[in-house]
Design a protein around this ligand. Sequence first.
Ligand SMILES: C[S@@+](CC[C@H](N)C(=O)[O-])C[C@H]1O[C@@H](n2cnc3c(N)ncnc32)[C@H](O)[C@@H]1O
Length: 230
Amino acid sequence: MDVPSPGYPFILTVTPTRLELRETGPSAAGSIYVDFAGGTAEHRRRFGGGRGQPLARAIGLKGGATPSVLDATAGLGRDAFVLACLGCKVHLLERSPVAGALLQDGLKRASTDPEIGAMVRERMTLSFGDALAFMHQIGELARPEVIYLDPMYPPRSKSAMVKKEMRAFHALVGKDEDAPALLETALKCARKRVVVKRPRLADAIAGPKPSMSIEGKNTRFDVYLIPANS
Ligand SMILES: C[S@@+](CC[C@H](N)C(=O)[O-])C[C@H]1O[C@@H](n2cnc3c(N)ncnc32)[C@H](O)[C@@H]1O
């Protein structure tokens, strides 16, 4: 049934099976929800290239290593799920209450799935709040080996090519203006490396130069290695 729009750009809806974000208006995107057990997440789990894919190489999953990862900009958890499937323990942080609620709902459903449930329960944890504050107050013993940052960047100029759902998610969480501060703080907090996801041709985040970059088809991962004993 179509619900008349009362002037809100989004409606957060509880359906019998999941929590969904629905955009309103004539050119609305399809519903946004988190589904780790099916759809693109399942496809990426089965056919995404395993430890050879650019994200895994950037995080440092070489030779059987499975570092602990703080995903400080968790969004809808897609990258975090890939890393968890590859063996990493991932702590997800999200500051948007709506994105956080969608993510929590997705994790809850995934945790009871017969195929991925045990892995999700063991390897994925979620906290709500701002990553800057979180990293500032983290204790020495809790410092993660790797911090992963994927701040929102402006939609590409060929905006017709940007998927409607991405555009809607962008409108919901807004621009991440604090990316340089996140990087600066992450570099003090991570034990081994900080990895930043960028569009392939975009500038690096303002701050120190990356130690190396790993390119995917549309994406680049800038890797900042932390000197030993820091
Ligand atoms: C591009 S999305 C991340 C997408 C995610 N990598 C995925 O695979 O679904 C960026 C997310 O980071 C969140 N974010 C940005 N800055 C943050 C901060 N300082 N603390 C916590 N979350 C932040 C935004 O709310 C947004 O949901």
